[in-house]
Design a protein around this ligand. Structure first.
Ligand SMILES: CC(=O)Nc1ccn([C@@H]2O[C@H](CO)[C@@H](O)[C@H]2O)c(=O)n1
Length: 101
């Protein structure tokens, strides 16, 4: 089981199945299809679910599209703004697609 965190503001969307991908950079993206993620909130470490990784795909920031945004339950401008805040200036991202266990 791989420990993994999300900001707490995404907890409800993940538990409801409205958010089915996350875009990560560097060692945070070190997962493979079939891995089980033990997911807790970044802010307080509270466990809230297990996720199974379905796919791991490289994606450039400039190639993000409406399909990515839909899977994040955001608009594309919202998603780009969120990512620019978390990973300023980073072009190389990894899209991790998941499902609730
Ligand atoms: C807590 C932590 O370690 N890191 C991150 C990094 C990203 N994300 C979310 O994934 C999507 C694309 O980046 C957006 O919805 C982000 O807000 C997150 O929740 N937590």
């Amino acid at each position: 089981m791989i420990p993994f965190t999300f900001y707490r503001r995404f907890e409800a969307d993940i538990l409801a199945g409205r958010k089915t991908i996350t875009l990560r950079h560097g060692s945070e993206a070190d997962v493979a299809p079939g891995d089980i993620l033990q997911v807790s909130r970044y802010e307080d470490g509270v466990f809230f679910c297990r996720l199974r990784v379905l796919a791991v795909t490289p994606v450039a920031f400039s190639a993000l599209n409406d399909a990515h945004a839909r899977q994040e339950n955001m608009t594309l401008p919202e998603l780009k703004q969120v990512i620019q805040r978390i990973y300023p200036g980073i072009e190389h991202l990894t899209c991790i697609e998941f499902t609730l266990c």
